[in-house]
Design a protein. Structure first.
Length: 325
């Protein structure tokens, strides 16, 4: 049963029930089933150098499913070859095609590990295009499923609980061989919440936050009209109640989903990237943050999902920040 059929079924079902809030809460807490994001790269991960693993915390017993891949090595590429992506994204009333080609002579300019975190309704596979860029830079990549997404067996937690087990995972995988090796966390949308939480980890040096999420109650009111207009028409009058119930069931508070509180206090470098037309992650929401550790970039006329990937011009701006760390 595809997502559209599932949503139509739930809408019809909801019309016969008084529990609109409960149904809305169920949909929100199962985003990969009803509100899933499209994958940019259609190739199977194992076909392009990724391997699948599972890590379980010896402390909390929570488990993370993840993909990992090594950096590209120029000696493995024949003369004239390259790695690239050419991706199409729609949202915010705009369409974007983002392309970037990287040749072997540009590989291995940065050493370290990049942990890549997908957004709400995504899964680890949607970040493979982002991983292509960081592998070309010279970094090992790790891409986990957030709780309640993809192959995760854990309860959906708004991206607010994963940092404990991810920090333990990094302690094992991000073994630095020298001071010049960087451990970077890159999050998109809801993944920026987990990324910002990881800035407190001793195993993380810096973060890149792509289209970062507003506090969830505010984000939900912008997300639903863009992502699922039919659902929004059904639940628009009950969004606050739905969010409250979903958060209570997940044992998560609104404050735990508020990036502003986390970024104001951060003592590590973070790069914040917004689009001027993105209502889900408007630059104005983050304008009050004056932390000197935070650098802000605005990419013009970009759909929310398109900020997962970078054009050559985007990459030059990101690299200016990266190489200054």
């Amino acid at each position: 049963m595809n997502n559209k059929i599932k949503i139509v079924f739930l809408i019809i079902f909801a019309q016969f029930l008084s529990g609109c809030t409960s149904i809305g809460s169920y949909i929100i807490s199962n985003p990969d089933v009803y509100l899933s994001e499209a994958e940019f790269i259609k190739a199977k991960p194992e076909e392009i150098g990724f391997t699948k693993h599972e890590f379980c915390s010896h402390i909390s017993k929570e488990c993370i499913q993840y993909l990992t891949a090594p950096p590209y090595l120029s000696e493995n590429f024949p003369v004239g070859s390259s790695v690239y992506y050419n991706l199409h994204a729609v949202g915010n009333g705009v369409e974007n095609t983002i392309s970037h080609t990287m040749t072997p002579d540009t590989f291995n300019r940065l050493k370290g590990t990049a942990l890549l975190l997908h957004g709400y309704g995504g899964k680890k596979e949607v970040m493979i295009a982002t991983a292509i860029y960081f592998r070309a830079l010279g970094m090992k990549v790790i891409i986990p499923d957030l709780f309640g997404h993809g192959e995760s067996i854990e309860k959906f937690a708004f991206g607010s609980k994963e940092h404990w087990v991810l920090s333990q995972l990094l302690s094992q995988l991000a073994n630095k061989k020298g001071e010049k090796e960087l451990t970077l966390v890159v999050g998109h949308s809801m993944g920026t919440l987990a990324a910002s939480n990881l800035l407190s980890s001793e195993y993380v040096d810096a973060a890149i936050l792509l289209a970062p999420m507003m506090r969830f109650d505010l984000a939900a009111k912008e997300y639903l009209p863009n992502k699922a207009p039919k659902l929004n028409s059904l639940f628009s009058d009950s969004v606050d109640d739905i969010v409250t119930q979903t958060m209570n069931e997940a044992s998560v508070t609104l404050e735990e989903t508020d990036l502003l509180l986390k970024l104001i206090e951060s003592s590590k470098p973070a790069l914040l990237i917004n689009s001027n037309v993105d209502s889900i992650s408007p630059p104005s929401y983050f304008s009050s943050i004056n932390n000197k550790q935070l650098t802000k970039l605005i990419f013009e006329n970009r759909a929310h999902s398109s900020l997962m990937v970078f054009s050559q011009n985007d990459a030059s701006k990101i690299e200016k920040w990266l190489f200054s760390l």
